[in-house]
Design a protein around this ligand. Structure first.
Ligand code: BGC
Length: 688
């Protein structure tokens, strides 16, 4: 750093991306690399292009400082995994670690050493399109998946050739956008911030994440990207984060549009003061920091600190020793082994919502498949992926054709013949409906999250044939499914599942794989209920069926259509013998509860046994339930197992400060154990 000019230091803080130059003209890139005016590039993952630019930085720039190539590897690069929301329905953080590790392997082989994932924004409003990118509504699940994904991307310790720096985003609380409208303002009480929204980011920091991305939104009136109490105060001082903070795309400059900063120069000064290391595409740092630093010694000192963070990241990534992508690794991409993990993740992400016994269908049976999405490969790949492996992606129809004899039509017109009495030998009609990849993800908020009219009409027409109707929902968010719920014999949420999604779906349809996913985000009945989440407050007028002035809607049944934690399989489980070792919990005691779970059906299956907790009196108030533990058990038909949870009362209470240390829960409390957030049994406890 002693050899660096101020201009070169500022260059390290500047991140530029493909779209400013278009896709073909890279001359601007080369000049920037040669002159040390950019520290990192985003949206490049072609190893030859990366190496070419890197060679210029290393061999032709004055100090030879390598570049970092960053990319949005959110759910896979060549091998595409289920969208993160879907993946979290496995309730298996270890699987998410594995898929992140494969994504890191492929990214680094492509020259990328920094990925902008995991997104750990808690999302409770399904109108928000980016609910697809996180682990859903719950801070406990969110924290487990955040930590697992960081470990998967980064491996342990310093980064080796097959790992990359992760980036937890979007700090903070981007998922709480008012009315689920992307980029919208966020207003949150301290209670909600500390207990629901901040914990997953901290879990990622505790897992050693190297970088953090700021959020586009303002939080209680201050844009996150110029929010010194949040970045410098909470993230760096309280949580001890020492790495790189990157702004979201142009978010430094947007502080002016928020009405917070006077002009773009002010934006640059405020972001630097707040501790934002890298300005992604805002061009506020490279335009204004030099003159600001010349006027202000404090800014000069801050630039030194920020530059050191970037150089440290480059050291930890091994870029000074190994700046180039190893082109021979191209053969390790999109391999059979990687696709096998994608299949496992896709199968475990599917959530069976309803089944009257129609599923599983007989393998080889003749079926009729309806709906445009059935043959839509791009939608199967999900909201954040690259088109390179689109052609070989297995859509629903191709998957079904591996297991069944299928006819296909993209709409209900085809049904005219079938309903005229001759069912043509079909055993079932499979309707594939929902939303496309483009209707999900960034800038894809929706004010209506029911099914489209033509899809509802198609399902109703299918029902009229008298044949069993199976609806498969492809979506990046919970949809409001009331309009068709009672018209179908079986209903499965199949999300956007990635490279081998169609095969995973067919394996479930024919029973080769018994579904085991459970929802990590509640499904509303109607859009107008949003946000719907299980962990709400009780209110002074909680809902009681049949009573008037209660917390409810007049024109919609109360609660989720399918709640958090919900999901079926091809067998059933019974719960018995719920007991607590003690119901009076003294100092030093743990809460020990156990339950006997029995597979009471005729097929083997997996159950996710869930434990929830409630503290009845607390100032301020606590939610009606919070998930505190779970265990996935696999039981053969007829088999039983006693599942035991040991909970520490010192870790179950309210969190009152941004340090995020929970208090001891005290007084009257309730522990719940069961199959989902609604279907569970209660034990009353008193904690001293
Ligand atoms: C998104 C980020 C993403 C960045 C870079 C932004 O629009 O909000 O999540 O990492 O673009 O592509």
């Amino acid at each position: 750093m002693r050899e660096m000019t101020l201009e070169e230091k500022i260059g390290q803080l500047n991140q530029v991306g493909a779209s400013i130059y278009g896709t073909t003209d890279e001359s601007g890139y080369e000049e920037m690399a040669r002159e040390g005016r950019a520290g990192s590039f985003l949206s490049l993952h072609d190893p030859e292009r990366c190496n070419k630019l890197q060679r210029i930085a290393v061999e032709e720039s004055r100090l030879g400082i390598p570049l970092i190539f960053a990319e949005d590897v959110i759910h896979g690069l060549k091998t595409v995994f289920p969208i993160p929301l879907a993946e979290s329905c496995s309730f298996e953080p270890e699987l998410a670690r594995k898929t992140a590790e494969i994504a890191a392997d492929e990214a680094s082989a492509c020259g990328v050493k920094w990925v902008f994932a995991p997104m750990t924004d808690i999302a409770r409003d399904a109108r928000w399109g980016r609910i697809a990118e996180g682990a859903g509504e719950d801070p406990y699940i969110g924290s487990l998946f955040a930590a697992a994904r960081v470990k998967g991307f980064q491996g342990s310790g310093n980064i080796d050739e097959k790992h990359v720096a992760a980036c937890v985003k979007h700090f903070a609380c981007y998922g709480a956008a008012e009315s689920g409208k992307d980029y919208n303002t966020v207003q949150l009480s301290d209670n909600n911030l500390y207990n629901a929204y901040l914990p997953p980011y901290k879990a990622a920091v505790d897992a050693g994440v190297f970088t953090v991305m700021t959020a586009f939104n303002d939080l209680n009136g201050t844009p996150c990207t110029v929010n010194a109490p949040l970045i410098d105060g909470v993230l760096r001082k309280l949580w001890g984060f020492r790495g790189v903070v990157v702004s979201d795309w142009a978010a430094v400059a947007e502080a002016e549009y928020h009405g917070y900063c006077e002009n773009r120069e002010d934006c640059a000064a405020e972001a630097a003061k707040a501790g934002v290391t890298v300005d992604m595409m805002g061009h506020a740092y490279d335009t204004f920091l030099l003159s600001l630093a010349k006027k202000n010694k404090k800014i000069q000192k801050r630039i030194d600190e920020l530059c050191e963070q970037v150089l440290t990241l480059k050291y930890r990534l091994g870029l000074f020793k190994r700046p180039y992508a190893d082109l021979s690794r191209g053969k390790d991409l999109y391999t059979r082994e990687k696709l096998d993990v994608a299949l496992e993740a896709a199968q475990k992400a599917i959530v069976l919502l309803k089944n009257d016994g129609t599923l599983p269908l007989k393998r080889g049976e003749k079926v009729l498949v309806l709906g445009k999405l059935a043959a839509d490969k791009r939608t199967m790949m999900g909201c954040w992926c690259f088109p390179e492996t689109q052609e070989s992606t297995i859509d629903v129809l191709s998957g079904i054709r591996e297991k069944f004899s299928a006819d296909y039509a993209d709409s209900a017109d085809f049904l005219a013949d079938v309903s005229s009495g001759d069912t043509n030998g079909y055993g079932a009609i499979i309707c594939v409906v929902g939303e496309t990849n483009r209707e999900s993800g960034e800038a894809a908020s929706r004010a209506f999250i029911g099914l489209k009219d033509e899809d509802v009409a198609m399902i109703r027409a299918a029902k009229k044939t008298g044949l069993p109707v199976v609806a498969l929902i492809l979506s990046g968010r919970p949809l409001a499914l009331s309009a068709i719920n009672s018209d179908v014999n079986a209903l499965a949420e199949c999300w956007h599942l990635g490279s081998v999604g169609g095969r995973a779906i067919a394996n479930v349809l024919c029973g080769d794989f018994a579904p085991e996913g459970r929802l990590t985000a509640s499904f509303p009945r109607e859009t107008g209920q949003c946000p719907v989440y299980y962990s709400h407050f009780n209110t002074g007028r909680p809902y009681i069926a049949g009573q008037g002035c209660r917390c409810k809607f007049r024109d919609c049944e109360e609660g989720a259509l399918y709640p958090f934690g919900y999901g079926l399989t091809f067998t059933k489980f019974g719960y018995s013998d719920l007991r607590a070792e003690k119901t009076k919990i003294g100092k030093g005691d743990k809460i020990e509860i156990s339950v006997r779970v029995t597979n009471i059906g005729e097929r083997d299956g997996a159950e996710i046994v869930q434990a929830y907790f409630r503290q009845n009196s607390c100032k301020p108030i606590r939610p009606v339930k919070s998930l505190v533990a779970f265990e996935k058990v696999r039981l053969r038909a007829g088999e039983s197992k006693t599942v035991k949870f040991v909970l520490d009362p010192d870790r179950l209470g309210i969190i009152r400060t941004a340090a995020l240390q929970p208090e001891r829960a005290k007084g009257r409390c309730e522990a719940y154990v069961g199959a989902n957030s609604e279907d569970c049994q209660k034990i009353n406890l008193t904690i001293e």
